[in-house]
Structure formats: structure tokens, C-alpha cells
Design a protein around this ligand. Structure first.
Ligand code: GSH
Length: 208
């Protein structure tokens, strides 16, 4: 059975969301980031970078949330999480890379410069520029979603998971999406029953 190492309200929810969308069985193994368990030797054997999510499928180990969501889509093809036609699949990769580089990178750098880095390393101007960069990229996505329900073709894919998760992270950080289309899309993604199930499953497992 597939195992996901993760922690509630982190990128591991992308992996459990994908598994819930696929209707797959899985085991969720909490790695308590608040207590530093990501740096314990037992977990470092799974992911030497000490980050979640990590997926283990028998002897196969995979890290990086975008790669994990794509693996889940390919492992459970009936889920449609990864489109099968060559052009749709190419567009799927396009939007996954867009989510991780154009959208998530400025958001993550902004977060580091407001909350994560040691105080003396935080640069408020960098955080401001990152919000500007994020909003500029969000405009591109908003334009694309103007007449679409999902980002690729007419079906929900794992690219929607990566984009939806990133937009909701931005909203939680009180960054304006500057577009009703994007706000509606983010809400639609946040309301997916599979995401709600994934969150509940992670919270229950973490609570012990
Ligand atoms: N690029 C990685 C980032 C993974 C990552 O940074 N995970 C965070 C939680 S959202 C983590 O485990 N942080 C623990 C730490 O850095 O100590 C992915 O998308 O999976």
C-alpha cells in the first residue's frame, strides 16, 4: 500500500488530496514538523532533505509534491489526474511547472522573508517584490481560466491540485488574487470533497 509521510497544513496535503481524488488506499504517516521529527534519522532515511511529502510505494520512494501528484495520476490512470493525450499531457506539465516555479516560488520566498528565516536575514523589500511577482503570474493564470473550469482540457487534473493549493496558500497569507475568476477557481478547488477528506485524514493521524 502507498504510504505518505506528511503533516497537516503542509505540501503533503497535495499528495493525500491526489490519492483521495483517485480513490486510492493509502497510509498517512505523520512527521511532526513542529517537533522537528523531519530531522530524525528514521525519516531522513526516507527523504534525506528532511521535507514532506514523501511517498513510499513498496520499494519505490519519491519526493517533491508535483512529482508525487503526477506519479499518483499515472499509477491510477482511471483517475484522469494526468491526461492521456500527448497535447493535453504537455499542457498538464506546462501548468505544473508554472505552479511550482512562477506561482509557488515567489510565495515561498515571501513566506521565508516574513516568517521562516532568522529575523536578521529577513528583507521586507524582498517580501514585497515577491508579492508583486506572484500577482503578476496570477494574472496570467486568471486570463487562462477566464472561460475554463479546469486548467487543462475540461477535466480536473493534478495541475489543479498544485494551482489550487498554491492559490489557497496565498489567500491564507492575505495576498489578493486580484481577479474574481481566480478567487472563484480557488474556492472551487478548496471545496473539493477529496481535499476535505485528505485534510481530515491528516489531522486525525497527526492527533494520534
Ligand atoms: N519542493 C518541495 C518542498 C517540500 C517542503 O518544503 N516541505 C515543507 C512542508 S510544506 C517541509 O517539510 N519543511 C520542513 C523543513 O524544511 O524542515 C515539495 O514541493 O514537495
Amino acid at each position: 500500500m502507498i504510504k505518505i509521510y506528511g503533516f497537516p497544513y503542509t505540501r503533503s496535503t497535495r499528495a493525500t488530496w491526489a490519492l483521495e481524488e483517485a480513490g486510492a488506499e493509502y497510509e498517512f504517516i505523520p512527521v511532526n514538523l513542529a517537533k522537528g521529527h523531519q530531522n530524525q534519522p528514521e525519516f531522513l532515511k526516507v527523504n534525506p532533505s528532511g521535507k514532506v511529502p514523501a511517498l513510499v510505494d513498496n520499494d519505490f520512494v519519491l519526493t517533491e509534491s508535483a512529482a508525487i501528484c503526477t506519479y499518483i495520476g499515472e499509477r491510477f490512470p482511471a483517475s484522469g489526474l494526468v491526461p492521456s493525450g500527448i497535447n493535453d499531457r504537455a499542457h498538464y506539465y506546462q501548468w505544473c511547472f508554472f505552479a511550482m516555479s512562477e506561482l509557488e516560488t515567489p510565495l515561498w520566498t515571501m513566506t521565508k522573508h516574513t516568517k521562516i528565516l532568522p529575523k536578521e536575514r529577513r528583507i521586507p523589500a524582498v517580501a514585497d517584490s515577491c508579492i508583486w511577482e506572484f500577482q503578476r503570474a496570477a494574472t496570467v493564470l486568471a486570463k487562462h481560466l477566464d472561460d475554463r473550469e479546469f486548467v487543462v482540457g475540461d477535466q480536473f487534473t493534478a495541475a489543479d491540485i498544485l494551482l489550487g493549493a498554491t492559490l489557497n496558500w496565498a489567500l491564507k497569507a492575505e495576498i489578493q488574487l486580484m481577479s474574481t475568476v481566480l478567487e472563484t477557481y480557488a474556492d472551487r478547488m478548496a471545496d473539493r470533497p477529496a481535499l476535505l477528506r485528505a485534510r481530515e485524514r491528516e489531522a486525525k493521524a497527526a492527533a494520534g
